[in-house]
Design a protein around this ligand. Structure first.
Ligand SMILES: Nc1ncnc2c1ncn2[C@@H]1O[C@H](COP(=O)(O)OP(=O)(O)OP(=O)(O)O)[C@@H](O)[C@H]1O
Ligand SMILES: [Mg+2]
Length: 287
């Protein structure tokens, strides 16, 4: 029986590599032999879904169907073409309509605890459950944080991004206090780092001072190869060698995550596993 670590990847600021980090951290861990479930809670964009199994069709069921009690999470868990890597996708529309979760769940008591309840029977099946969040702080993100034991914040290394981190931390602090929910900071990862920028060094110093010991040693460097991955439903591991900087960055981040969680990381040539590519998705999902 497994004891799945539930991790929210969160930042209220957009475009900081939340989705890319969820996919590549998950993929790296899966390639190290861990069983990983990704959850797409960014219901307005569904970028994680589009980047892994492709957009669901009109009848396709995903996380919204589970939120609205049509099915269990297990029934909307789909395999990806990568071994050990599964996804609960997000539907852009629910039963043919765009339904903002905040509006739909506004009057429901306990609407911030739905994911926590849905995940309960799932944690013993996975080593890691990693949740992607949109750049907003609505009911979906609240559900994500309340369902998680850990959060991980990707951030760019500029002033406005650091302000975004501050705001995100304030929200988490409120949740900790108001809901008496223990959630641990797994770490902050600096993203889109360009080696030439001195601002990155300054930001790293500011973050290190503010969050002592929490900034990952690994930075995700700027790398245009990532831009082409989503449309082909591939990961950087599928299209590059181990020596490529993007490939290396995410493998090292996965190792650091494992170390922080007291798990032994097994470094293998993680490129030698299934290539991730277009997977047929059938309505109803499977596991
Ligand atoms: N290392 C990288 N260097 C440069 N661009 C990257 C890198 N990794 C990913 N990208 C591109 O940056 C863009 C934003 O990434 P991503 O979608 O992961 O951010 P996000 O934080 O999830 O955004 P949102 O807040 O909208 O959900 C994407 O177009 C992605 O392809
Ligand atoms: Mg995203």
């Amino acid at each position: 029986m497994k004891n799945g670590k539930v991790i929210s990847v969160i930042n209220q600021k957009g475009g900081v590599l939340k989705t890319t980090t969820v996919l590549h951290l998950g993929s790296a861990l899966a390639r190290m032999g861990k069983k990983v479930l990704l959850i797409d809670l960014d219901v307005s964009q569904a970028n994680l879904t589009i980047s892994t199994i492709g957009q669901l069709d009109e009848e396709g069921r995903g996380v919204l169907h589970a939120f609205f009690k049509d099915c269990t999470l297990n029934q909307v868990t789909y395999p990806t073409s990568q071994e050990n890597l599964f996804i609960v996708p997000s539907e852009i529309k629910y039963k043919g309509r765009t339904i903002p979760l905040d509006v739909a769940l506004a009057s429901q008591p306990g609407s911030d605890q739905i994911l926590k309840k849905l995940l309960k029977p799932m944690t013993s099946e996975y080593d890691f459950i990693i949740i992607d969040n949109g750049p907003t702080l609505g009911i979906a993100t609240l559900n994500s944080l309340i369902a998680s034991e850990y959060f991980l914040i990707p951030t760019l290394a500029d002033y406005l991004s650091l302000v975004g981190v501050q705001k995100t931390m304030e929200t988490i602090e409120q949740i900790r206090e108001n809901l008496d929910h223990e959630i641990e900071n797994l770490g902050l990862v600096l993203t889109m780092i360009d080696g030439r920028e001195s601002i990155a060094k300054d930001s790293e110093t500011i973050l290190n001072n503010a969050f002592e010991g929490k900034v990952f040693n690994t930075c995700i460097q700027r790398n245009s190869k990532f831009k082409e991955l989503a449309q082909n439903q591939t990961t950087i591991f599928d299209v590059t060698k181990n020596s490529d900087k993007g490939n290396k960055n995410y493998r090292e981040l996965a190792e650091e995550v494992m170390n922080r969680l007291g798990m032994k990381s097994e470094i293998k040539n993680i490129n030698k596993t299934n290539k991730m590519k277009n997977t047929e998705v059938s309505a109803g999902g499977m596991q």
